[in-house]
Design a protein around this ligand. Structure first.
Ligand code: GLY
Ligand code: MN
Ligand code: MN
Length: 469
């Protein structure tokens, strides 16, 4: 399908297209004809969205931090995948955090804080539903109603989000605007999002529950996954099918890493087989319509039971995770979570006599030789983004003091590359990661993903149970 009038780019969605591939009549008679004969649409205003009240509080707090400045927070434009095909649209997380407009955000929307004496007037601009008196609805393949569906009116969005709304055509950018491209504003909004409120925690709980359903489906589908020469892709598809069946999206590309692929930290090509006798590392997270996402990893034996060496490595990682959980409470420094996990990883690796290298070389490694087998960090904040609040300053993130309401992952791992000559042959090609999503409470923590089996024994029981499903 293509139309004959507009080319479909993120930068300019109204440019003349050089080649006509369809021939919509352009006569005045035709435009009059197609623009008439349409029934009036009864428009009932939607109720205020539950997340809108919290967004209003966030806007008020942002306003008080930036008195006198004009702030412009754009949702962003669609991104071209190739030619006239875009990636699925996804609003900037800071925009969604301030508006409660999630997966249904109209592309190109802009939230503007106009300074007043002691605060700001806040207005949300977006391209609203086009009338039948324009040719957009039938002739614009990028945003026309006949092509991609209707858009809401300014009144509808205003009622649902509790915001003043205006057509995007009335928005003018100013030279002195502070925008999301501005490092200070990005940083401010990242830091403001570090502590989650109750509404956000509820969304994250829902994302974790939806993710568990996907993992359950994958385990039940293992015979079909094993049968296919690209079993990793079937696995990815089973998880995605469950997410879509529940009306959800993914927060990031699923990592479906079987056998030695588990040693590749972000393996998303997912084109390999899933072979009995191997482990599968599955790292996947459902993103809710509010855009909050889970980030969960489980590693499980394809044939239902861990071999002795797989179990030993798996349980070492599980112990490292447990050691990290054990210290989580308000008042610790975020980096201590990583240090707690790494202390166990280092001890386990030493216990296996690794790495097998000249002791004189080992001395120069400052006790960090074990990092060869786990090069990533143990924890990152989680929320609207899988790697949430990434623009926060070091002193608030890795060196920041942990507070109640923060949500982060605990995800140690051990990865023995298939060609690593420093490890025993039976270790090679085994990769294990266990990743949970943790809420910091007033006096400790709650593992939001505790309902997804974690220990080697629990995982084997889970596989046996799902095999009967
Ligand atoms: N899913 C990417 C990560 O665990 O950070
Ligand atoms: Mn993670
Ligand atoms: Mn992950």
């Amino acid at each position: 399908m293509s139309n004959d009038q507009q080319v479909h780019t993120a930068e300019n969605r109204d440019v003349e297209q050089p080649v006509e591939r369809t021939a919509i009549p352009k006569s005045r008679a035709f435009t009059d004809y197609i623009g008439s004969g349409w029934a009036d649409r009864p428009r009932t205003l939607p109720p205020l969205r539950p997340l809108a009240a919290a967004a209003a509080e966030r806007r008020a707090a942002l306003s008080s931090r930036h008195t006198g400045k004009r702030l412009v927070i754009a949702a962003g434009d669609p991104k071209v995948r190739s030619n006239d095909t875009d990636y699925p649209y996804r609003a900037h997380s800071a925009f969604s955090w301030l508006t409660a407009w999630g997966a249904d955000t109209v592309a190109g929307a802009v939230l503007v804080f106009e300074p007043t004496g002691d605060g700001h007037d806040v207005t949300l601009y977006f391209p609203p539903a086009a009338g039948r008196d324009t040719d957009e609805f039938y002739a614009n393949a990028a945003i026309g109603e006949f092509w991609v569906g209707p858009r809401p009116t300014v009144d509808e969005v205003g009622a649902e989000l509790g915001l003043a709304t205006k057509p995007l055509a009335e928005f003018t950018a100013g030279d002195a605007d502070v925008t999301l491209d501005d490092t200070d504003l990005e940083r401010d909004l990242s830091e403001a999002r570090l502590v989650k409120d109750d509404e956000e925690v509820a969304e994250l709980r829902a994302a974790v529950a939806a993710t568990k359903q996907g993992f359950d489906d994958v385990l039940a589908a293992l015979p079909r996954i094993v049968e296919h020469e690209r079993g990793e892709r079937v696995l990815e598809g089973v998880f995605f099918t469950r997410a879509r069946s529940e009306g959800n999206e993914l927060g990031y590309d699923t990592i479906a890493a079987a056998g030695p692929h588990a040693c590749i930290l972000h393996w998303t090509r997912n084109d390999g087989p899933v072979v009995p006798g191997d482990l599968v590392l599955m790292d996947a997270g459902v993103e809710m319509p509010s855009l909050y996402t889970a980030d969960i990893t489980r590693t499980f034996p394809v044939n239902g039971s861990f071999s002795p060496v797989q179990r030993e490595i798996y349980e070492a990682v599980r112990e490292a995770a447990d050691a990290a959980f054990a210290i989580v409470r308000p008042g610790i420094v975020f980096r201590e979570v990583h240090e707690a996990a790494m202390a166990v990883i280092a001890e386990k690796v030493r216990g296996w006599g690794l790495p097998k290298i000249d002791p004189s070389v080992l001395e120069g490694l400052e006790g960090q030789a074990h990092r060869r087998y786990m090069v990533h960090g143990t924890s990152h904040h989680l929320g609207l983004d899988v790697h949430d609040c990434a623009q926060a300053r070091k002193e608030f993130y890795i060196d920041g003091v942990v507070e109640a309401g923060m949500v982060f992952t605990i995800e140690p791992g051990l990865y023995f590359q298939p060609d690593d000559l420093t490890v025993p042959e039976e270790f090679r090609g085994i990769g294990v990661r266990i990743e949970d999503d943790v809420l910091v409470t007033a006096d400790g923590y709650e593992n939001l993903s505790a309902g997804i089996p974690r220990t080697a024994d629990e995982v084997e029981a889970w596989l046996a149970e799902r095999a009967k499903a």
